[in-house]
Design a protein around this ligand. Sequence first.
Ligand code: ADP
Ligand code: MG
Length: 238
Amino acid sequence: MAKLELKNIRKSFGSAEVLKGIDLTVEDGEFVAFVGPSGCGKSTLLRLICGLDEITSGQMAIDGELVNDVPPAKRGIAMVFQSYALYPHMTVAENMGYALRLAGISKEEIAARVAKAAQKLRIDPYLERKPRQLSGGQRQRVAIGRAIVREPRIFLFDEPLSNLDAALRVEMRIEIARMKETLGTTMVYVTHDQIEAMTLADKIVVLNAGRVEQIGSPLNLYNKPVNRFVAGFIGSPK
Ligand code: ADP
Ligand code: MG
């Protein structure tokens, strides 16, 4: 578990500033959702948090330790993407254990962690299958399992369910809610689906054009939006 603090985070690509001073604290064990229109900077912010991209200015700390210059592998963060990006030639078990193998963890330890995560996600019958032999929902479970086995301090999700059909989305939303309950790990979840944000998050951050419009509990945002933008975004159905 870990507390994440962002102070005046800015990010520019060339002359275009896409994050314009983000201030945010994610408490230990909290589930925070980032919502906002396409292009507002959600994915960029996640990439900065996990260290895949460099912050232009500002400070980021995990449990009080400044991590601006800490490489991704040392941050204790795991990310689940929208496209599962599983290796097609590897089995489910190999996909789930790959990052651990690179980190030099023993075969026995990898097997134990993979088995435990697979059981939690109910994909243990499929460990020897290849990704193409799985349904979309099973593949997304593998992608989540791959993050779980790393035992991260923080999970990041970038629209993990947006490629799934409606029924599967509901099923996986329940899966993620269960993961939140059982793991209790700090989670940052990007979505453009208001229902996901409202049902899963302890706290919602509404982003617009690289700025935070409002931060609050789902109820708080729903009942007391600070402006029309937030009201329209949280209030309107997808
Ligand atoms: P979101 O995830 O909210 O849809 P992104 O964070 O992907 O938005 O993008 C925010 C803005 O930054 C967009 O205008 C996008 O075109 C721009 N952007 C993102 N990544 C890059 C990059 N590597 N180079 C240049 N511009 C980028
Ligand atoms: Mg995005």
